[in-house]
Design a protein. Sequence first.
Length: 284
Amino acid sequence: MSATPPPSTAAPWAGGPVTERAHCVLAPNPGPMTLDGTNTWVLLEPGSTKAVVVDPGPLDEAHLAAVLDHVASRGARVALTILTHGHHDHAESAPRFAALTGAPVRALGRRQDDLRDGSVVTTGGLELRVVATPGHTADSLSFALPADHALLTGDTVLGRGTTVVAHPDGELEAYLASLERIRALTGDGSVAAILPGHGPVVPDAAAMVAFYRTHRAERLDQVRDALGDGAATEDDPVEGVLRRVYADVPEEVWPAARMSIRAQLDFLGVTRGAEPGGVSAPGA
């Protein structure tokens, strides 16, 4: 029996206020790989004048101006920018945004002030807890917002569909472990809702994570079946699996599907070749 995703917002996602502390400014970069566009999250503790911005998005001056206008409309300024991961649709504008705001940019890295698993970020009374969730990319982070029982997941969990494991930077074993980590957060009540990097807010985090875990298990079974059906003996097993398993996926997201297939083959010990990193895509 196939996994069925939990119902999502019926209307097109346009961003806006989501929780008491979180507001989404939607970037104007919709497409098959980005859904409605990149979600730039403005986080602000009630009564504070210091905002945290998560993923300023692509280098689009009008979008950055819209983010700054929203922050200013709430009587605040950007005090910190943080990144869920380094893909361009999330992080390309970070240097420009830092120049516009004078605020530091923090992400996973090796410098002393970079973010690490378990780090606690406090700005203007707002508290965020860093949760390492590698798999989509090696540098993928999620951010727990305890006061709102929410988790900002970047591309690890999307608001609709599923995400790509962006081989070779992304890795399936790590991704499955990250899903298990998020499942544990939903199981103990720490996280009720997901604020994704693309698509609408997920009000039932536990149901979405269960769908993701089932989907991954089913895909692996399908890949195993395809290998048993002869894909492993073809000149390019990636293309063989693509034709057998991903025939219902639109061709415009086949590049993302190929990355996920390479990650699956690597997980199963039969990968050949590699492809540079990419961005999220539904159905991969």
